[in-house]
Design a protein around this ligand. Structure first.
Ligand code: 5GP
Length: 116
């Protein structure tokens, strides 16, 4: 039996799994985290499956990384007061669980002991 090798985020991008989408363009999608760690907790996800983490993205497509940051800044202004943390967990030892590069936007008071 074949298993689906795509990430959970690719399935959200394909519309196969529902998500609370707050932004969508040809290169990235942004949706609310299913287990929010702050009043605003949004994931900004490049649509390409090519990069598993931010180091790969920075090396392979720095313009796309800059776009992720730009979208994050605009969303933080729209959804909160404009101040935000931008976190890329990179590697399992740093808490990364989905190996399809994504940025966490966190705005407002964090859940105790949590940085996403
Ligand atoms: P990581 O730990 O890889 O940096 O972040 C993965 C994030 O994806 C976690 O904060 C987790 O709550 C979120 N997440 C995992 N599965 C889903 C899902 O199906 N839908 C949404 N909206 N978020 C998810």
């Amino acid at each position: 039996m074949e298993t689906d090798q795509r990430s959970i985020f690719s399935r959200i991008i394909a519309g196969e799994i529902p998500a609370d989408i707050v932004y969508d363009d040809d290169r990235v999608i942004a949706f609310r985290d299913i287990a929010p760690k702050a009043p605003v907790h949004v994931l900004v996800v490049p649509k390409t499956e090519e990069y598993s983490d931010v180091a790969e993205l920075a090396a392979g497509d720095p313009a796309l990384l800059a776009h992720v940051v730009d979208v994050a800044q605009k969303l933080a202004t729209e959804l909160s007061d404009g101040d935000f943390r931008l976190i890329f967990n990179t590697g399992a030892g740093a808490g990364q669980t989905v190996f399809h590069v994504h940025a966490h936007i966190l705005s407002g008071e964090l859940e105790e002991g949590s940085l996403a």
